[in-house]
Design a protein around this ligand. Structure first.
Ligand SMILES: Nc1ncnc2c1ncn2[C@@H]1O[C@H](COP(=O)(O)OP(=O)(O)OP(=O)(O)O)[C@@H](O)[C@H]1O
Ligand SMILES: [Mg+2]
Length: 420
């Protein structure tokens, strides 16, 4: 009988730390055993700025998640990685079979993918190398060339890079809690795992997880991630704007935002009024709801323009056919879909975690997409050697049997430079 396997995810967000402990049963069913969501401290725009506070928040979150299952279940965890230091490139590498010796097998392919390991500066770390397409003797879009006889196989890979010290700090903050990090996973890829449909991936779609401090963005094309980026702005900026506009403290602005904000002020009745509660001896005030929504709309439009800029950097003129999929805490802002539609064109969808039966209510939220996706990613990629951490630079291109490796053309590597 197959052994039960436990999976744990830790999403260290700018606003909350969310840990989930789960188990994959003997029939392959996923069961959530415990969830711990606690306020996050010490994070700024997806990057650790106070490691002591982050360690404490992770500890509290893991303890809450383990409350009903006891300690000792968690061995390795899948942890989200974000921050504006994240960059990406797409590489092309070639496997030649000049002497026409043998069929290509899965080991050759694995080595070919690993040969996509780019030359990186010592301050950078490779987070992911994801094969996104093969070309076999000039025939493109081959899904799996294993077993084929060929003279040449080319792989295109999506490579995600991050700042090595920033990623090491994330690992350090988690491992201070006596658990080991199995893999760091780009947060946008985790969120995509929990929210994108197969059709959206195939047609091409832009997934944005708009959280408190960052917009984690990934563009899928022909079923695979093609471009990824982190934009260092999120819902906390909306709160700051509101705090300034309404002359109220930050905590109150956030409360007002979650209660009354509407991304499309024109959908609010012109005479609708809301109460700004009293604070620090200031009397309560009554204001027009529209007046508090207007500055938020301006900022959101600015955010959508930043998203469009990234779409263009990826070489697209407009949204792909699968459109824009919005998740993360800000996806719950009323009117966000309509505003995105108006600013970027369509289609636009607000997405919540899916793909897990019996998901607890507290995880059926757009803000839980990353954490749920980390579990799904972990299950899908378990045992893969291709997830890297702590600067694993040992995987270099090697000769394998009769096949030999060749690096792709350098000018084809930068996604941003690619125009289609
Ligand atoms: N109903 C709502 N309306 C408007 N904004 C909301 C709503 N619910 C949550 N938010 C905002 O979502 C943001 C938090 O989202 P989320 O929990 O996804 O962030 P995070 O994962 O902690 O941060 P990040 O991923 O950016 O590091 C906050 O700015 C919060 O105010
Ligand atoms: Mg987040």
């Amino acid at each position: 009988m197959a052994k039960e396997t436990f999976y744990t995810a830790v999403d260290i967000g700018s606003n909350k730390v969310c840990s989930i402990v789960s188990r994959v049963g003997t029939e392959g069913e996923l069961k959530i055993l415990g969830t711990g969501i606690v306020p996050s401290l010490g994070m700024l725009k997806g990057r650790i700025e106070n490691i002591g506070e982050v360690k404490t928040a992770i500890k509290a979150s893991l303890e809450e998640a383990q409350r009903y299952i006891g300690r000792g279940v968690i061995s390795g965890v899948y942890v989200g990685a974000s921050g504006s230091h994240i960059s990406c490139l797409n590489t092309k590498d070639v496997l030649d079979n000049p002497n026409d010796v043998e069929d290509v097998n899965s080991r050759d392919l694995e080595r070919l993918i690993q040969s996509s390991f780019p030359e990186v500066e010592s301050s950078q770390e490779v987070l992911h190398i994801i094969p996104i397409g093969y070309e076999v003797d000039g025939l493109s879009a081959v899904r799996n060339p294993a077993g084929l006889h060929a003279k040449q196989v080319q792989v295109e890979s999506h490579v995600v890079l991050g700042d090595a010290p920033a990623l090491k700090n994330t690992v350090k903050a988690v491992e201070a809690n006596k658990v080991s990090v199995k893999s760091l996973v780009l947060e946008s890829l985790a969120s995509a795992e929990a929210t994108l449909t197969g059709d959206e991936r195939e047609m091409g779609a832009v997934l944005v997880d708009i959280g408190g401090g960052t917009i984690d963005l990934v563009i899928y094309r022909q079923g695979n991630p093609w471009y990824s980026a982190v934009i260092p702005v999120g819902g906390n900026q909306l709160t700051r704007d509101l705090a300034v506009a309404m002359r109220v403290p930050y905590y109150l602005a956030d409360e007002i935002k979650v209660k009354w904000a509407q991304a499309m002020p024109e959908l609010v009745r012109p005479d609708e009024e809301v109460v700004v509660p009293s604070f620090q001896g200031q009397p309560r005030r009554i204001v027009k709801r529209r007046s508090l929504c207007e500055p938020l709309q301006e900022r959101l439009v600015e955010m959508f323009k930043l998203i469009l800029l990234r779409v263009r950097q990826a070489g697209l003129r407009q949204l792909p056919t699968g459109g824009l999929v919005i998740t993360g805490g800000c996806a719950d802002l009323p009117g966000i879909r309509e505003l995105a539609l108006k600013t970027l064109g369509g289609p636009v969808r607000v997405a919540y975690p899916m793909g897990i039966a019996g998901l607890p209510t507290q995880l059926q939220k757009a803000s839980a997409s990353t954490a749920v996706g980390l579990l799904l990613w972990g299950i899908k990629h378990q045992g893969e050697k291709r997830t890297y951490r702590n600067g694993d630079r040992t995987l270099k291109a090697q000769k394998t049997r009769g096949w030999s490796f060749r690096r792709g053309h350098k000018e084809e590597q930068k996604v941003a430079a690619e125009k289609r």
